[in-house]
Design a protein around this ligand. Structure first.
Ligand code: UGA
Length: 442
């Protein structure tokens, strides 16, 4: 493909997904404009700063800004004027007090852009949405766009935070939900460099494309809750869930990935996606098909309660007045994202039980401080552990995995640790005089 065949791209919404998509598409050779309604975010991005923690992204942003082929704006008009293919990457958070997803940002993005489209372009939804949303949006676009040949496609995104650059440059699959040959060809052109390097393309209707995404996240959540359910059984049989997972993982029909037992899943995707999926199934009259996801959610939430209980046991029955050190605030390592973070959920709960909770996380401190000002924050792991009666390891950053039990032992008041992520070697920690407890292992 020559440079002139390349469609010009816009990316609407510059969160974890959109910012990464805009930068990576420029890296792949396209001319890209990123759009967001928050001027602060746009200023930062234009200055080469990524407003969140994502390994490798800031370097790639700066490199691509220098090419002159990437810029960010708050103007939908500019994007409409510029691009042939528009990617809509705004969030769909859980509605307050409900299971359903809030699709209002998606609606607003499409309804702001559509009236500005005077030539034939492709709009591509990347946001995770309830089945049926794309069909509804297609009708809305048909009504609002001055050019009646404007089309919609749905192209779900499977990137993982922490590996977002790699996952965007080399996705393990591309799903194109389309209604015409033309839309498919536009998408193939917009992803040509990725397709050339071997990423398989699955072409579907809208509903299948929407469902692939929520089905994938539901499967991943189920896999995690499966091993955590096994951990509950291991706890009463004195078995070791980490050995169990290792042995299961050698069966390549099962596989070892996402059998990491412990405090369970959090973040901006898995928890809200399984809930939104259940809510949508209810609306569609097939709620029975997904009732198992309620168990998946319940098992997951029980692990948080179990960590609080283990700490309670180690403190001999009272958190009141105890000093508890919490390692980890992000929902997973290599991220500063604290949305539905299991670690912060546990920390806040223990604080409510009367403990002084001191938190340390290598990247998520600013976000945690804003969301949980009632907790105390330390500048380093050792400082957080100083004089602690109990240590809780709740997000498995390498920094915590590699901690020396002797060095940490010298800092704390009492050598007691709950390993909430099965990240440490119990033998080593017990040999160093620690009372070590974990989820699903003796
Ligand atoms: C997840 C999916 O993995 C991505 O494919 C998807 O694109 C993304 O959601 C999304 O919908 O945007 P992400 O939320 O970045 O990605 O995080 P994961 O790596 O899936 O981890 C989710 C949670 O599960 C974390 O809290 C993690 O600690 C937990 N987890 C993961 C476990 O408890 N055990 C495991 O074995 C793996």
């Amino acid at each position: 493909m020559t440079t002139t065949d390349r469609p010009k791209l816009s990316v609407i919404g510059t969160g974890y997904l959109g910012a990464t998509h805009a930068v990576c598409m420029t890296e792949l050779g396209f001319d890209v404009i990123g759009v967001d309604v928050f001027p602060d975010k746009i200023d930062k991005l234009n200055a080469g700063e990524v407003p969140f923690f994502e390994p490798g992204l800031a370097e790639l942003l700066r490199k691509n800004l220098e090419t002159g082929r990437l810029r960010f704006t708050t103007s939908y008009e500019e994007a409409a004027e510029f691009a042939d293919v528009h990617f809509i990457c705004v969030g769909t958070p859980q509605k307050k007090g409900e299971y359903a997803a809030d699709v209002s940002y998606v609606d607003t993005a499409f309804s702001s852009l559509a009236p500005l489209l005077t030539r034939r372009v492709l709009l591509v939804g990347k946001s995770t949405v309830p089945a049926g949303t794309a069909a509804r949006i297609a009708d809305m676009v048909a009504e609002l766009a001055p050019n009646k040949d404007v089309e919609l496609a749905w192209n779900p995104e499977f990137l993982r935070e922490g590996f977002a650059v790699e996952d965007t440059l080399r996705p393990d699959r591309l799903v194109f939900g389309v209604r015409s040959e033309w839309a498919e060809q536009q998408l193939r052109a917009a992803f040509a460099p990725v397709i050339e390097t071997g990423s398989p393309v699955i072409v579907t209707d809208f509903a299948t494309a929407e469902l692939v995404k929520v089905a994938a996240n539901s499967f991943l959540a189920t896999k995690i809750s499966f091993i955590n359910a096994m951990a509950e059984v291991c706890e009463v049989t004195h078995a070791d869930v980490t050995k169990l997972a290792e042995a299961l993982g050698y069966d390549d029909r099962i596989g070892r990935k996402f059998l990491g037992s412990g405090l369970g899943f959090g973040g901006g995707c898995l928890p809200k996606d399984i809930r939104a999926f259940m809510a949508r199934a209810g609306e569609l009259g097939v709620d029975q098909a997904l009732t198992f996801l309620k168990d998946v959610d319940d098992i997951n939430m029980r692990r948080r309660a179990r960590v609080v209980d283990l700490g309670y046991e180690l403190l001999q029955g009272s958190y009141n007045g105890a000093k508890v050190c919490v390692f980890g605030a992000a929902f997973k390592p290599n991220s500063d994202d604290i949305r539905d973070s299991p670690a912060l959920d546990v920390a806040a709960n223990i604080r409510r039980h009367g403990a002084t909770v001191v938190v340390y996380d290598p990247a998520a401190m600013d976000n945690a401080r804003k969301a949980h000002p009632q907790l105390t924050y330390a500048d380093s792991a050792l400082e957080a552990a100083r004089d602690a009666d109990l240590v809780l390891l709740l997000t498995e950053w390498n920094e915590f995995r590699e901690m020396d039990p002797q060095v940490l032992g010298d800092a704390v008041a009492k050598r007691r640790i709950v390993d909430g992520r099965n990240a440490l070697d119990p033998t080593q920690w017990r040999a160093a005089g620690w009372t070590y407890r974990a989820l699903g292992r003796p």
